[in-house]
Design a protein around this ligand. Sequence first.
Ligand code: ADP
Ligand code: ADP
Length: 226
Amino acid sequence: GPAIALRDVSRTYPGPPPVSALRASSLVVGRGEYVAVVGPSGSGKSTLLHLLGLLDRPSGGTYHLDGVDVAGLSENERAALRGRAIGFVFQAFHLLPHRTATENVELAMLYNGTPRAGRRARARQALDRVGLSHRLTALPTTLSGGEKQRVAVARALVNEPTLLLCDEPTGNLDTVTAGTVLDLVDGLHRDGLTIMVITHDDSVATRAGRKVMIRDGMLAEIAGDD
Ligand code: ADP
Ligand code: ADP
């Protein structure tokens, strides 16, 4: 089955006044797809990201992640599935400042039963995968913006998620550095990872194989021939 299946999903913030941030939206994303969601400010991108990332629950409709109907899960089960299945990359890198690159990546495995020695080895492998094997003991303040985002990508990958969810991943980077991070994401896609990027930046969206527009809380496919 698909990686993601949203059917008639809505999210209304109760207010007052109530806000229909997402309206009867459906979206099926196959395993290994690379999808960009583009839309202006206030269109519902964060709301969609929070639903996809199991940080929020729909007001209506169904969401299957890896075939699991997430509505049927308890809070703890949702958190466990989030940790196992989803890697997050944010605009703000969210690295702990007094921890090395390796320690920042290790933290993602702290509560999922990976033994201590295994955590260290897997963190190093993940950092190697993003081209940072020479920066293992660096503190975030000594890393460039692009290197920080690579550490964040390594942290997102270390639990081998099925889905990489990126929220404006290059929003804090200059154009050249953004390009290298997007090249890295392209490589992960070629390796078979399912990737969703939420962005208002068309130069980011064009990297994806498929573009979806969100406007006033409604999703629509954008023809892929441009
Ligand atoms: P985007 O990420 O595209 O800027 P959002 O998903 O943040 O869009 O917001 C979609 C709509 O929902 C907007 O009208 C916004 O004001 C509203 N909204 C977002 N979060 C809340 C909230 N917690 N309570 C009420 N309204 C909200
Ligand atoms: P922005 O894209 O505006 O910079 P952030 O990237 O900081 O915003 O965060 C986007 C949303 O994801 C926020 O609502 C935040 O609470 C949430 N978030 C940030 N970091 C994490 C994390 N490590 N795990 C789960 N949710 C997070």
